[in-house]
Design a protein around this ligand. Structure first.
Ligand code: ZN
Length: 368
């Protein structure tokens, strides 16, 4: 095992619209580049792991002594060559070059790359292109046949001497090391890459990971002579829900689910029921400040799933109207809301039509 792993983390992330350089943003609980280091360490395939960065002072080397942090160059290819020059003194047999912006490769892929080097000088993972690609040569447009085109990923694996010799002679700016071999008509072995091994280029690429789930539950007693409100809608019924407010179990559960997903405590903290000013408050009014907290913190709703638990009234009769009302109050498309009716086999207080309960799960996403 005389393998070395070079991780390039010195990019300027020009396409990544953020104050923090992309390689240092927190992704899945840790800075982006750490995922690659940890996987390389776990694989036990490498003698040394070299992290190439813009500014050594920005990173504390808290890893094992086999991890070395060095300063890179202006272009990606400069940093790659600096890394290769650094490891030359160790007389490596093989080297893998990897972009820190791809944190999701598998240990199996690392193993496959190293294994394939036994019979090949350059091994590159590829995936089929998902988009139809056009290209332009001197104002003339061409279609790239999707069946004959594919995307290359990193890590890319090489016999050290072959890559080193090509790299020191290289004159053009290259986007990956495979390019060097291809430009020089040298044989490259392509192996199956991974669709999950995405390159984080734009902020949108990682926002999908900022999804949070919240749960809410509420129950109110039914009493004669009170108006019944469910989901902000007045429902004709002989009884209404007792409570400090209008007792709207659906809205109360939604509020708690949203606060839960945002990790902002609960409805009781926002609206203490010993406060006179909240007496008989309509629930849509209680929802408003919660929506404001969401807007302020750039949270958006993915979906709302509601279980209304009661014997009467029958949910099916009011489902569409309640969803429409909620969609207005939450300011979201009604297709994001689902409402299920649940009876309880006449059991307990709910079964005897003395109470109505509700449970809600929401999923929200944060964009910033
Ligand atoms: Zn309530």
């Amino acid at each position: 095992m005389n393998n070395y792993f070079i991780i390039l983390a010195s990019g300027q992330s020009k396409r990544f619209n953020s104050n923090t350089l992309k390689q240092y943003i927190i992704y899945k609980n840790k800075p982006l580049f750490e995922h690659s280091i940890e996987k390389a360490l776990t694989s036990k395939l490498f003698k040394k792991i070299i992290l190439v960065v813009n500014n050594k002072k920005q990173i504390k080397n808290k890893f094992s002594k086999n991890v070395v942090i060095i300063k890179g160059g202006i272009e990606r290819s400069d940093s790659s060559l600096i890394g290769l020059k650094y490891i030359k003194k160790f007389k490596p047999s093989n080297v893998l070059i990897h972009d820190a912006a791809r944190p999701n490769f598998s240990l199996q892929l690392l193993k496959n790359l190293v294994d394939s080097l036994k019979k090949n000088k350059a091994v590159i993972p590829t995936v089929n292109t998902k988009d139809s690609i056009k290209y332009k040569v001197k104002k003339q447009l061409f279609n790239l046949n999707r069946d004959h085109s594919f995307s290359t990923q990193t890590p890319q694996a090489f016999r050290f001497n072959d890559l080193y010799n090509l790299s020191i002679k290289q004159k053009i700016k290259i986007q990956d090391e495979a390019t060097l071999f291809i430009e020089n008509n040298l044989k490259v072995k392509f192996i199956k890459g991974e669709n999950s091994n995405i390159k984080i280029t734009y902020k949108e690429d990682i926002d999908t990971n900022k999804t949070f789930i919240g749960i809410g539950f509420d129950i109110h007693r039914l009493i004669k002579g009170k108006k019944l409100y469910l989901g902000g809608l007045k429902i004709p019924f002989h009884s209404g829900l007792k409570g400090h407010s209008d007792g709207d179990v659906i809205i109360h559960s939604i509020i708690d689910a949203l606060l839960g997903a945002m990790r902002k405590k609960d409805i009781g903290t926002l609206f203490p029921d010993n406060k006179k000013k909240f007496k008989n408050i309509r629930s849509p009014k209680m929802l408003k400040p919660v929506i404001q907290i969401m807007d302020k913190n750039k949270f958006y709703i993915n979906n709302v799933d509601i279980n209304l638990i009661c014997e009467q009234p029958k949910v099916s009769k009011y489902r569409d109207k309640i969803i429409k009302s909620l969609s207005k109050l939450l300011n979201i498309d009604s297709s994001l809301i689902n409402l299920k009716g649940k009876t309880v086999e006449k059991l307990g207080l709910i079964g005897k039509e003395k109470a109505v309960a509700c449970e809600v799960i929401v999923s929200i996403i944060k964009y910033d």
